[in-house]
Write a protein that binds this ligand. Structure first.
Ligand SMILES: C[S@@+](CC[C@H](N)C(=O)[O-])C[C@H]1O[C@@H](n2cnc3c(N)ncnc32)[C@H](O)[C@@H]1O
Length: 219
């Protein structure tokens, strides 16, 4: 990883993002519980917040909670009545997230559904439409989570899929990595889907070289 990418993330945290004691506590709790260090970066978490506020999001769905860092970024960008429904397969991750989100004062805005997201997707069918979907769980299932979210997205809503560039491997059609093929499947689905306008933003930073798929839902 290029040291400049980390230097710029650090500078952006100081110059643009400012102090975030709640976010720091969520990440510290995640670390001390031994959870993997695979949350979005602070700059990317702030992007989720900016996007949620930009579209006046009130309801968000997330695939992949981990320790609740991206969930926090989404939950605090919503109005007081806002709701995040987040899917997490690992009970321990969900418990860490629950405690951290409660401590940060946003727990009442967050429902954590524990178990394989695929099995729990049926619960989406009974809820209100979503304004924002953030897909960041097991990458081979990206396209299934995209299709599930799209059944409940409102026009003008936004779908965000994390880690789609995978150090550039997404451009390799012959890749045998199921995560790369998961990225390719969702990118190609979005490209062929007349319900959305999408793009991919390549990113570098403290988490390496990767990228986000962004798709806005058309009327
Ligand atoms: C990259 S981490 C999520 C990071 C989190 N969005 C953040 O930025 O703070 C992926 C999470 O998805 C969870 N996960 C993996 N497979 C899953 C599945 N089939 N259903 C639900 N969650 C799953 C993992 O346990 C892990 O906590």
């Amino acid at each position: 990883m290029d040291q400049r990418w980390t230097n710029v993330d650090t500078y952006v945290e100081e110059a643009v993002l400012g102090a975030d004691p709640d976010g720091d506590r969520v990440l510290a709790a995640q670390r001390s519980a031994g959870l993997p260090d695979i949350a979005v970066s602070r700059a990317q978490g702030a992007l989720l917040s900016v996007l949620a506020r930009s579209i006046g999001a009130e309801r968000a769905v997330e695939f992949g909670t981990l320790g609740g860092y991206s969930t926090l970024c989404l939950a605090r960008a919503l109005p007081p009545s806002g709701q995040v429904v987040t899917f997490e397969i690992d009970e321990r991750h969900a418990a860490v997230a629950r405690a951290s989100l409660d401590e940060a004062g946003v727990g009442h805005r967050v429902t954590i559904r524990v178990g394989p997201a695929i099995d729990n997707l049926v619960t989406l069918a009974y809820d209100e439409p979503f304004d924002l979907a953030f897909i960041d769980a097991d990458k081979p299932h990206n396209v299934h989570y995209y299709e599930a979210a799209m059944t409940r997205m409102r026009p003008g809503g936004i779908v965000i899929v994390d880690n789609v560039v995978r150090d550039g491997a997404v451009a390799d059609a012959a890749s045998t990595d199921a995560r790369v093929q998961g990225s390719r499947a969702v990118l190609e689905r979005v490209g062929a889907d007349p319900r959305v306008e999408g793009t991919v933003l390549q990113t570098v930073g403290s988490k390496g070289y990767d990228g986000l798929l962004l798709a806005t839902v058309l009327d």
